[in-house]
Design a protein. Structure first.
Length: 466
């Protein structure tokens, strides 16, 4: 397919410039600036007036199965919230498929073309769960990294002094878990079709050193990404000192698991030395401001990370801790949140910077350097925005208004790997109305539910952390 988007605005430093962008096959074939002559051809022409073309964003941390827990779990700190999440996670494989489709649709319609699904997998049905996710993402046509959530320590191990609570050993051995991951990689890793398997240990707090190192070894063998939660809460910071006698980042560096294919979700409770280590190793911090505030986890030191040279990308996190999947919401909150973390306004994030973080930094984090920029030869994962939409009027500064305004239904077209996935604001590849009907049919309508696990740990949590 060959498309020419004529006379469209594209990013140019901190502003925009008019250009014509030629998409051919899976690539941005050529960018013609205003003074350049455009060869006559039989390409499909799209009028780019009152339009903005941006590289696709990367939703660098989400949990697709949590679509079913949207609006379900009350405001609680992470450790208590997570107990409720575990007790209410779906186990029906069709729900995992629909969760992937829903997450992909929401990502596309908020400017994303790629995501990392840190995916819960049903015990005993791990391969079937991944197959359901792959089916959903392939059907939609989004670029998806699937990182199955794995651990080899019990739930209580993630709490300071948690192992003093009654518990059973984790039911599966580390060796078996790593063998399972290798089987998943061999069966499902298929970059040519836009599906990538990543290693997804849940975090140091519920993973042994053996599992973390084993995941890093698999990543090195198969050239895969390593994605994990890191220091989301003060409890995890305290646990690292209790378990290792050093920070979690220092320990991960000693294990050799940090590198330029490592993405670290949250990274809220970092020290200055931690930030220096992340910059040195090339690891990526994934900022999830909505869930961090929703769960009271804190504000990640994003400005300090950027100043130190750390690559920082953005994530929505799962819908159980975000209650939505809008990358534009994440971009806006990330921009305005950090005006209170540094009084020097010259350090604040600009709209241009956050758009670059959402696209180019996200692509760098997953090792896809040919994504993230409107540049000749790059892969054609691009999004066309309608600047004439009422939510963007008057459009004085397109970049600033897209980031700081409240744009709604402004994504007009989306191409992933050169394939048109969204046209006239509608996803072409799946029946979105049928998806929404499925979500309606399975709605719980605020049914009261009791989390047994939450009740078991709440007293201990309050003793340790309040």
């Amino acid at each position: 397919m060959s498309v020419l988007i004529h006379n469209v605005l594209i990013p140019d430093g901190g502003s925009t410039t008019s250009a014509s962008v030629h998409l051919k096959g899976d690539r941005i074939h050529q960018v013609y600036f205003a003074s350049a002559s455009i060869p006559v051809s039989d390409d499909t022409w799209i009028d780019g007036r009152d339009k903005l073309l941006l590289p696709g964003f990367v939703n660098a941390h989400t949990h697709s199965s949590q679509v079913w827990q949207r609006g379900l779990i009350p405001q609680l700190p992470l450790e208590l919230w997570l107990a409720d999440v575990f007790d209410s996670t779906p186990t029906n494989l069709e729900q995992f498929y629909l969760g992937a489709v829903s997450t992909a649709v929401d990502t596309l319609l908020s400017g994303g073309t790629c995501l990392i699904d840190h995916a819960y997998v049903v015990p005993g049905q791990e391969l079937e769960t991944v197959a359901a996710l792959v089916k959903g993402y392939k059907q939609v046509g989004i670029r998806a990294f699937i990182a199955p959530l794995i651990q080899d320590l019990p739930f209580v191990a993630g709490l300071p002094k948690g192992c003093t609570l009654p518990h059973h050993p984790y039911p599966r051995s580390t060796t078996d878990i790593l063998s399972l991951m290798e089987a998943i990689i061999k069966q499902f890793h298929d970059p040519d079709s836009g599906i990538y398997i990543a290693l997804g240990p849940t975090g140091f707090h519920r993973c042994s050193d053996e599992l973390l190192v084993g995941c890093a070894d698999l990543g090195n063998r198969f050239n895969l990404c390593f994605h994990t939660h890191l220091l989301e809460t003060r409890a995890q910071q305290q646990l690292a000192q209790e378990r290792y006698g050093e920070t979690a980042v220092q320990h991960l560096q000693r294990l050799g698991v940090l590198g330029d294919r490592t993405t670290l979700a949250h990274s809220v409770w970092l020290t200055a030395d931690d930030i220096a280590i992340l910059a040195q190793t090339g690891a990526t911090v994934v900022h999830n401001p909505v869930s961090n505030l929703r769960l009271g986890s804190g504000i990640a030191p994003i400005l300090k990370c950027l100043q130190a040279g750390v690559n920082v990308a953005f994530g929505c996190d799962g819908a159980a801790s975000n209650d939505a999947q809008s990358l534009l919401e994440v971009v806006k909150l990330s921009t305005i949140l950090h005006t209170i973390t540094d009084p020097d306004y010259q350090h604040w994030l600009s709209p241009h910077t956050v758009l670059q973080m959402a696209a180019q930094n996200g692509a760098r984090g997953v090792g896809l350097e040919q994504l993230g920029m409107i540049s000749s030869g790059n892969i054609a994962d691009v999004v066309l925005y309608n600047l004439a939409h009422p939510s963007l009027l008057p459009c004085n500064d397109p970049l600033q208004l897209l980031v700081l305004g409240r744009p709604t239904d402004v994504v007009e077209r989306v191409w992933v790997n050169g394939k048109l996935i969204v046209e006239e604001g509608s996803v072409k590849t799946v029946d979105v109305a049928a998806l929404h009907q499925e979500l309606r049919d399975r709605t719980r309508y605020a049914q009261s539910h009791q989390s047994l696990l939450l009740n078991q740990i709440e007293t201990h949590y309050r003793q340790m952390l309040l």
